[in-house]
Design a protein around this ligand. Structure first.
Ligand SMILES: [Zn+2]
Length: 216
């Protein structure tokens, strides 16, 4: 099991390639690439590792996490997986981009397959469990590999921080409850790969996250 991180776009968003060495299967998670250089950097890596893209997946559908979906969909033609509750964010992407002064040069593709809480996604020997943790967005999910002890936390949990909840349909209480009941039930040595910023661990966040440590 391997993880490769790319940090793309003005929001410094982390895009991840999760891949299985034996089968060469990979998933592209939260592709935020915006330029030809970004796309070529990603393509060169996939080629070097001889990887086949099985899925394009999103932890949620905020604009900084979907900017690269159009180009990877064109190039690799894999299904896009995300939670149904975030579908409205794709529909509003163009308007939202205009509001923040960002010019979209493509229409972000729609979801091909809805994923649900408890579902398992397989990449060779890797099993990723989908866990629904709303609050940052209504359709936010995290991807958890119990066997390989890692978590792709999207914008739910960051290094010593949590996702913002002041955007449309955000809910702070829902987010905090989801993290404490679902993520903090995981072992301390699970490595957390967030949507922004450096990696962390469940144990570190239990002890040091200022939004959560008084709760556990
Ligand atoms: Zn977000």
């Amino acid at each position: 099991m391997n993880i490769k991180k790319f940090t793309f776009n003005p929001w410094q968003e982390n895009s991840y390639v999760i891949y299985d060495d034996h089968s060469g299967e990979c998933a592209l998670v939260d592709m935020g690439s915006t330029s030809e250089d970004d796309n070529e950097e990603l393509a060169a890596f996939l080629e070097e590792e001889s990887l086949t893209v099985k899925y394009i997946m999103n932890t949620h559908l905020h604009i900084d996490h979907i900017l690269g979906n159009y180009s990877v969909k064109q190039r690799y033609n894999a299904p896009l997986l995300a939670h149904e509750n975030d579908e409205f964010l794709i529909e509003n992407a163009e308007t939202y981009a205009e509001q923040i002064g960002f010019k979209l040069d493509n229409t972000p593709p729609s979801i091909d397959e809805f994923i649900e809480d408890g579902q398992e996604i397989t990449l060779g020997d890797i099993i990723l469990k989908v866990i629904h943790v709303p609050g940052h967005t209504p359709g936010s999910v995290v991807f958890y590999s119990e066997k390989n002890k890692f978590l792709l936390s999207g914008d739910v949990l960051f290094f010593e921080s949590i996702g913002r909840t002041d955007l449309i349909y955000g809910n702070h209480t829902t987010l905090v409850n989801g993290i404490t009941s679902k993520l903090f039930a995981m072992p301390d040595d699970v490595t957390v790969y967030p949507g922004h910023g450096p990696q962390t661990s469940i144990g570190h966040e239990k002890g040091n996250n200022p939004f959560l440590k008084h709760l556990c």
